[in-house]
Design a protein around this ligand. Structure first.
Ligand SMILES: Cc1cc2nc3c(=O)[nH]c(=O)nc-3n(C[C@H](O)[C@H](O)[C@H](O)COP(=O)(O)OP(=O)(O)OC[C@H]3O[C@@H](n4cnc5c(N)ncnc54)[C@H](O)[C@@H]3O)c2cc1C
Length: 446
């Protein structure tokens, strides 16, 4: 029997993977129902789903139920001040796209799929409050009743603020680093304009402004969910704005009129939304241990929450589920320890790449040199498809390439791009450089 704490994306998907193989699964969720789960999370109303997430959903047999909820995004649409909007494709093959999916619809669909499996039991309104190696301390939220469960094999999928992570750290006396970013986020809804989508539905929209940015992802109904990423505190010295200086209607209106006038025009009640919506925080969790022998294992955000700038937190959590399920099938008695050892390097790599991507999205994407290098890297991929794959593509489209390999090869590729750029060389002349520095990858054809 396996007890999973948290029926978010990771807990639900893992429950499905296990229960489909006949494993007895008990899934405990503090919210009262799947819609409550989505609403309470209060974070990111839509998420970008990419190859790693899709593959895990496929291996759990639920992809056909999720696909109809997804909106295809082929690239970034840049909205720069004083410039024509510009579309930059993410990849160069038909399937090299990412998908915008409503967090609540996805979670509800996974919960529905889980509820259909005879060996899985979902317990809503049950919050875990502690773990001591032998027992789980639980609370029935509606009845305000505390009780204990014997801890069998426990999976902590209880998100970035994980109670189980705190218990494990306390029990074993290690320190967890929760590295909070100095930037927070706030979401805004863009309604339909005269019955139509306000922006192109095929893109992830970015308004890069150097120190901060606004993005918007399409929803299936033609509305968009936008997110402002901005420093918590304004910096008077550099003139950089911050959330603390946006406290009333006039300040909010002035900021958007100056920085995002085209966006302001799309959202009639923008100041009201802005002042009414919560301000979310962002950060990376570095947890040195994820398991208590074979009794407890942390997965997903509970083990390794990351900043959202590569759109990989949930994808990585889903990949956790697929890999852990395979390890449990191979050698159930050692799977927790093996997962905790083998997965760490990849999770550190995506945490690093997610942090680096913030600079790219809010700033370097505007630089003509970035766009030249992007074009050059796509040309190199066309010429040497089994050696040179742009780092973004390795992370988003190549689930067969581990994150740590993408990070390592990405660094080598960046050096190659810099050297070629400095020498004014053509992609064709890069062959010796590419062959000598990048070993061959085994990539699927097409
Ligand atoms: C602004 C933003 C944008 C993002 N965009 C993307 C994106 O585009 N693509 C992407 O892949 N990822 C994205 N992410 C990351 C993604 O949301 C997370 O990585 C993902 O939700 C992690 O899933 P999880 O199941 O591990 O944790 P969670 O989603 O946090 O789920 C945890 C679940 O556990 C429950 N729970 C918590 N504590 C307890 C307890 N004590 N007892 C019982 N139940 C409990 C919660 O109610 C919840 O249902 C984004 C995140 C943010 C903040």
């Amino acid at each position: 029997m396996i007890q999973i704490i948290g029926a978010g994306p990771a807990g639900s998907l893992l429950g499905i993977l296990l229960a489909r193989r006949g494993v007895e699964v008990h899934l405990y969720e503090r919210r009262s129902d799947p819609h409550g789960v989505a609403a309470e999370a209060g974070r990111s109303i839509n998420l970008a789903l990419a190859a790693r997430g899709m593959r895990a959903l496929e291996s759990a047999g639920v992809l056909p139920r999720i696909e109809p909820l997804c909106v295809r995004m082929r690239g970034r649409q840049l909205h720069e001040t004083g410039r024509q909007d510009q579309f930059i494709a993410y990849g160069q093959r038909e399937h090299e796209v990412i998908w915008s999916v409503s967090r609540s619809a996805l979670t509800a669909e996974l919960a529905a799929a889980a509820a259909e499996l005879p060996s899985l039991r979902l317990h809503y309104g049950q919050m875990c409050t502690g773990y001591d190696g032998d027992a789980l301390r639980m609370r029935d939220v509606a009845e305000r009743r505390d009780y204990q469960l014997p801890a069998e094999r426990v999976i902590g999928a209880d998100g970035a603020g994980s109670v189980l992570r705190h218990c494990l750290a306390q029990h074993d006396g290690f320190e967890v680093t929760e590295a909070r970013l100095p930037h927070d986020y706030k979401e805004l809804q863009v309604p339909l304009q005269a019955g139509h989508a306000a922006l192109s539905m095929e893109a992830l929209h970015i308004w890069p402004r150097g120190g901060y940015m606004l993005i918007a992802l399409p929803n299936a109904d033609g509305t968009f969910t936008a997110t402002l990423f901005l420093a918590r505190e304004a910096d008077a010295g550099s003139g950089q704005p911050g959330f603390d200086a946006l406290q009333n209607v006039q300040q909010v209106e002035r900021f958007f009129r100056n920085e995002f006038p085209d966006f302001l025009a799309l959202v009639p009640d923008l100041p009201q939304q802005f002042l009414g919506n919560p301000q979310g925080m962002l950060g990376t969790v570095y947890c040195p241990r994820w398991n208590d022998a074979e009794r407890l294992l942390l997965i997903g955000d509970a083990a390794h929450a990351i900043v959202p700038f590569h759109g990989q937190g949930m994808n990585c959590a889903f990949e956790d589920c697929r890999l852990l399920d395979a390890m449990l099938q191979e050698d159930p008695g050692h799977a927790f320890g093996r997962f905790a050892n083998e997965r760490r390097e990849d999770c550190l790599a995506i945490a690093q790449m997610a942090l680096e991507n913030y600079g790219e999205m809010r700033d370097t994407v505007r630089d003509p040199r970035f766009q030249q290098q992007k074009a050059l890297s796509l040309a190199l991929e066309r010429l040497y498809p089994d050696r040179f794959i742009p780092r973004y593509s390795m992370v988003m489209f190549h689930d067969e390439i581990p994150y740590s390999v993408a990070l390592r090869r990405g660094r080598i590729q960046q050096q190659i791009l810099d050297e070629l750029g400095a020498a004014g060389a053509t992609p064709e002349s890069a062959e010796p450089l590419v062959r000598s520095r990048l070993e061959r990858l085994s990539v699927p054809a097409g």
